[in-house]
Design a protein around this ligand. Structure first.
Ligand SMILES: *Cc1c(COP(=O)(O)O)cnc(C)c1O
Length: 397
C-alpha cells in the first residue's frame, strides 16, 4: 500500500503581480465569483447563465453571431476548435506567420492532413497584406486564411480588417487568433467580417486560464454543417457542441461545463461591460504610453514599430551584458513581480511586459519601472537609472 506524504498540505500560492504574457492579474471580483457554490450544469439557473454568457461574449466580440460560446479549455483548444471544424483533409490553408502562434496554426493544419501555405513576416513586424495577396493569387485552391491578430510572442498587431478583406476577395474564410487582443485593443468581428475567431480568458479579460471564447459567422457554420468528413476531434466537434450551447438547444449533455470557471468568465465580461469596450481600449493605450515613457527614459527600446505596437504586450530590448533570466528571477523573488521572457526568435533578446486587463493600471506601471530600475542598477546594467518612474509620471499627468 502507498503511504501518505504528510509533508504535502494545502497549497498557498504567493501573491504575485502578473505582468507577463498571461495569465494576467485576476480581478478579485472574478476570484470571488469562482468561489460560489457549484450547481449542476443542467440546473435551470446555470442554463440562464449560459444564455447571458453568449450575450456578453457577443458584446466583447462585437458580433451578432449566434454561435458565440466559450470552449471548455484554454486558448489553444479554441485554436484547435476553429481548425478542426473548418478544415478537412486535402484542403489548402494560407497561414500568415510573424511569431510563435502562427507556427502552431501550421501544426494544426498539417495534423488535419491539409496543406499549409506559409506567408512569413519578420518577428516583430505585422503581417504584410501584400504578401497575403500574392499567396492567394498563387494558390487559387486555398479555402481558408489564418492569422494571429495580436502576436503575443513579439507584441505586434496586424491589420485584421485588411487581411480579412483580401481573403474574402479570394473566396476564402478566415480564422483569426484574438487571444491577446480581445478586451485590450479593438476586435470587431462583424464589421471586419471575421468568420472564425478564438480568444482566451487569462489575457485582457483578466480571468483565470482555462476557457476559450470563440465565435463563428453564418458562412463558417454553413461550412461546418456541410463537411464531407466527420470532425476528427469528438470533444471539439461543433456539430455536437451546438446541441449543448446552441440557440434553443435542449442542452443535451455533451460534457460537464467547468461551472465555476464560467462564473468567473461571466463576472469578467460583466466588468468589461461596466467599463465599456472603448474605455478599456483607451485605458490599455494610455497605460502603454506611460510605461513606454519610463522604458525609453531608461534607455531601453521597443522591438515593434510604433504603428503596429500592442499596448497590452510590450517587447522591450535587454541592455547589453545583462543576464536577462537573472533579472526576471530577482523581480520574482524580491518583488513578487512576473514579467515574460522572449520566445522563439526573440528568446534572450527581449522581455515581454504585459499590461493586460485588470493589470493595466498606474500602480503596476510604477511598480514595474521602479523595480526594474532598482534591479538593473544593482546589477550594474548600462541604463539611465533613477529616471523611469518620473518619466512615466509625467506621461500620466
Ligand atoms: C496565450 C496565447 C494562445 C494560447 O492560449 P492558452 O490559453 O495558453 O492555450 C494562443 N494564441 C496567442 C496569440 C496567445 O497569446
Amino acid at each position: 500500500m502507498m503511504t501518505t506524504n504528510k509533508t504535502i498540505s494545502t497549497f498557498i500560492p504567493p501573491v504575485r503581480t502578473l505582468m507577463g504574457p498571461g495569465p494576467s492579474d485576476v480581478h478579485p471580483r472574478i476570484l470571488n465569483a469562482m468561489a460560489r457554490s457549484t450547481i449542476g450544469h443542467l440546473d435551470p439557473e446555470f442554463v440562464a447563465l449560459m444564455d447571458e454568457m453568449k450575450t456578453l461574449l457577443q458584446y466583447a466580440f462585437q458580433t451578432k453571431n449566434e454561435l458565440t460560446i466559450p470552449v471548455s479549455a484554454p486558448g489553444s483548444a479554441g485554436m484547435e476548435t476553429c481548425f478542426v471544424n473548418l478544415i478537412e483533409p486535402g484542403d489548402t490553408v494560407i497561414v500568415c506567420q510573424n511569431g510563435v502562434f502562427g507556427g502552431r496554426m501550421k501544426e494544426n493544419v498539417e495534423r488535419i492532413g491539409a496543406t499549409a501555405i506559409m506567408v512569413e513576416d519578420e518577428w516583430g513586424m505585422p503581417v504584410d497584406p501584400n504578401k497575403l495577396e500574392e499567396a492567394l493569387k498563387a494558390h487559387p485552391e486555398a479555402s481558408t486564411v489564418a492569422f494571429v491578430h495580436a502576436e503575443t510572442s513579439t507584441g505586434a498587431q496586424s491589420d485584421a480588417a485588411a487581411l480579412v478583406k483580401i481573403a474574402h476577395a479570394h473566396d476564402c474564410l478566415t480564422i483569426v487568433d484574438a487571444v491577446t487582443s480581445l478586451g485590450g485593443t479593438p476586435v470587431k468581428v462583424d464589421e471586419w467580417g471575421i468568420d472564425a475567431i478564438y480568444s482566451g480568458t487569462q489575457k485582457c479579460l483578466s480571468c483565470t486560464p482555462g476557457l476559450s471564447p470563440v465565435s463563428f459567422s453564418d458562412a463558417a457554420v454553413e461550412r461546418i454543417k456541410n463537411r464531407k468528413t466527420a470532425v476528427q476531434s469528438w470533444f471539439l466537434d461543433l456539430n455536437l457542441v451546438m446541441g449543448y450551447w446552441g440557440a434553443g438547444a435542449k442542452r443535451a449533455y455533451h460534457h460537464t461545463a467547468p461551472v465555476n470557471g464560467l462564473y468567473g468568465l461571466h463576472e469578467a465580461l460583466v466588468i468589461l461591460q461596466e467599463e465599456g469596450l472603448e474605455n478599456a481600449w483607451a485605458r490599455h493605450q494610455s497605460n502603454h504610453l506611460a510605461l513606454r515613457a519610463g522604458i525609453e527614459a531608461m534607455g531601453l527600446s521597443f522591438v515593434v514599430p510604433e504603428a503596429a505596437r500592442l499596448p497590452q504586450l510590450n517587447a522591450v530590448t535587454i541592455p547589453d551584458g545583462v543576464d536577462e533570466a537573472a533579472v526576471r528571477g530577482r523581480l520574482l523573488n524580491d518583488f513578487n513581480l512576473e514579467i515574460g521572457a522572449g520566445l522563439g526568435a526573440l528568446a534572450g533578446k527581449v522581455w515581454r511586459i504585459g499590461l493586460m486587463g485588470h493589470a493595466s493600471n498606474a500602480k503596476n506601471i510604477m511598480f514595474c519601472l521602479g523595480t526594474l530600475d532598482t534591479v538593473l542598477t544593482d546589477m550594474g546594467a548600462p541604463i539611465k537609472n533613477g529616471v523611469a518612474v518620473a518619466a512615466a509620471q509625467a506621461a500620466m499627468s
